[in-house]
Design a protein around this ligand. Sequence first.
Ligand code: ZN
Length: 95
Amino acid sequence: MADEAQDPRKIPYLRASVGDLFRARTVPSCDACGEELPVEPSGSDDEGFQIRGKGTYVSSRGAAVQYEDVPLCPSCGSAIALTALRQWDIEDEEG
Ligand SMILES: [Zn+2]
């Protein structure tokens, strides 16, 4: 990386390559709290206690709807689901 510019006329910048854009996370983590999630052993059908959750972000712009699946830890997944159900009940009661 280049030296940080001391000259006020220079604009500070960082260099990145295509590899930086598509670098895979080495350890999966919860998208809500950042807790590291257990890695599934490859080729194993036994889930054991390694319960993994996932959430889906839904966004829309005009007619285009975009879905993005994200990993969640069990406690965040449960908390988000219960909050959504509670909100759904409140909306049903109100009208
Ligand atoms: Zn979490």
